[in-house]
Design a protein around this ligand. Structure first.
Ligand code: SAM
Ligand code: SF4
Length: 444
């Protein structure tokens, strides 16, 4: 028996890549174990978007450097970025594979099984997307589908174009086929994934873009919720809002990373839109009859960001009123144009700006969540917290809504896993900045 352990760092794309890697390994007769000690093959699927994420994997490798009789492999963005240097830095590593080489994973594993040392898959020159006959999904209700890989945008701070290669969309039919298969297997929620999902174009017919694909997935029988992430503001057209308006099961939420509220900084970041361009898209979304929840990513302390630029970002938060903000201190990344820029902001100042921004956003979220009190929202039940006696649900707008179920007529309460995967109406009774609490509005 060949046992493997995999640890995943980073974004949902990485989580889903790992699901496909696990499927590929299982097909080759490997069995997954949940500690590195029990494994013959130990894999780290890595992230290098910020320095901290990258350091974590080298820390893991150093912890394991004396482990005997195991094969260590580094996959994903750090693998691509550091390449064969990893073999020098961590000589116990025998396999290094960037995500653009995953379609060759089976072949690289054969080399390892035959005793190969320093086996590497690092070519970025590919048109192929990673499609596997078997994908191991652990969440029984929500399934990810990758529709586009790589990125052609070249933002000045970002490593993704170097680590994930050029943009390549999956075939339209192959995406729909996967959606139909998943719905047939009982998955009710589908999340379409890509660095920029809305740059999607069917390679067979480039007139088929993201909005019609989203609509076609939503119209797949059995699909109750469709989400998509991430959308790039430059390619965000009104047609996407129209698809959300027309299709109740397309979740009323959009993640639209702005990065900065200052046009000057956006230009330095090479984001290809101005603050006004971005706000125009927010207006389209706010004009929708569907109460679309908005979230974003923000980088503070980009080289040259002045106090006034930062103030503009704070004002943008107030204007847009996001329900969620993922905020980061700018992190210098190797070989990116921003690395060479002057006027880097001191670490302490970046930390200060991040704290100010997060405090402001906390207030906005508390205000917005408090306004939900009294409303009845549909949740997908995802878990149970035995400590608090609450079920854990997620609303269409991706809010966590913890709730209690009414006791049944005979006084009994539903068994622990009886409600998992069900869609239930819940009345909101309390709100915090990061979640809501309530009571189930029907007897279950
Ligand atoms: N493609 C998406 C977009 O452009 O909107 C974002 C994908 S990226 C993997 C996720 C987020 O990481 C970015 O939106 C950005 O906020 C953050 N990020 C990327 N590079 C960074 C860097 N060098 N330092 C800090 N944050 C960074
Ligand atoms: Fe990175 Fe920009 Fe591409 Fe997003 S659009 S992945 S931030 S280069």
């Amino acid at each position: 028996m060949k046992r493997f352990y995999i640890e995943t760092f980073g974004c949902q794309m990485n989580v889903h890549d790992s699901e496909k890697v696990i499927g590929t390994l299982e097909q080759r007769g490997y069995v997954q174990v949940h500690t590195p000690e029990k494994a013959d093959l130990v894999l780290y699927n890595t992230c290098s978007i910020r320095d901290k994420a990258e350091q974590k994997v080298f820390q893991r490798l150093s912890e394991n450097r004396n482990a005997k009789g195991k094969v260590f492999g580094v996959l994903g963005c750090v693998a691509q970025q550091e390449g064969e240097r990893i073999f020098e830095r961590a000589p116990h590593v025998r396999l290094v594979v960037g995500s653009a080489s995953y379609p060759r994973l089976g072949e690289l594993l054969v080399q390892i099984e035959q005793g190969g040392d320093r086996v590497a898959g690092l070519s970025l020159d590919t048109e192929a997307t990673f499609e596997t006959p078997v994908t191991r999904r652990d969440n029984p209700y929500r399934a990810y589908i990758t529709i586009i890989e790589g990125c052609d945008k070249d933002c000045a701070y970002c490593v993704v174009p170097y680590t994930r290669g050029r943009e390549r969309s999956r075939r339209w039919e192959s995406v729909l086929e996967e959606a139909r298969t998943l719905a047939g297997m009982g998955y009710t929620e589908i999340q379409l994934l890509g660095q920029n999902v809305n740059s999607y174009r069917d390679p067979g017919d480039p007139s088929r873009t993201f909005a019609p694909l989203l609509e076609a997935v939503a119209q797949t029988p059995g699909v109750r919720r469709v989400r998509f992430t991430t959308s790039h503001p430059q390619d965000f057209g009104r047609d996407i809002v129209e698809v959300i308006d027309r299709n109740e099961n397309v979740c009323n939420m959009v993640h639209l990373p702005v990065q900065s509220g200052s046009t000057r900084v956006l230009e330095a970041m090479q984001r290809q839109y101005t603050r006004d361009d971005y706000m125009r898209r927010i207006e389209w979304l706010k004009a929708s009859p569907r109460d679309i929840s908005l979230s974003t990513d923000i980088i503070v302390g980009f080289p040259g960001e002045t106090e006034e630029d930062f103030e503009q970002t704070l004002r943008l938060l107030e204007e847009v009123e996001y329900d969620q903000v993922f905020s980061f201190k700018y992190s210098v990344r190797p070989n990116t144009p921003a690395e060479q820029m002057g006027n880097h902001i001191p670490e302490q100042e970046k930390s200060r700006r991040l704290a100010v921004l997060q405090e402001k956003q906390r207030g906005i979220q508390l205000r917005r969540n408090t306004a939900m009190i009294g409303r009845v929202l549909e949740v997908l039940v995802e878990g149970y917290n035995s400590g608090t006696g609450q079920w854990i649900g997620r609303t269409a707008q991706n809010r966590v809504l913890n709730f209690v179920a009414q006791p049944r007529v005979d006084g009994s309460v539903p068994a622990k896993e009886e409600l998992y995967g069900r869609y239930l109406p819940v009345r909101v009774t309390r709100a915090g900045p990061n979640s809501l609490a309530g009571d189930c509005a029907i007897a279950v």
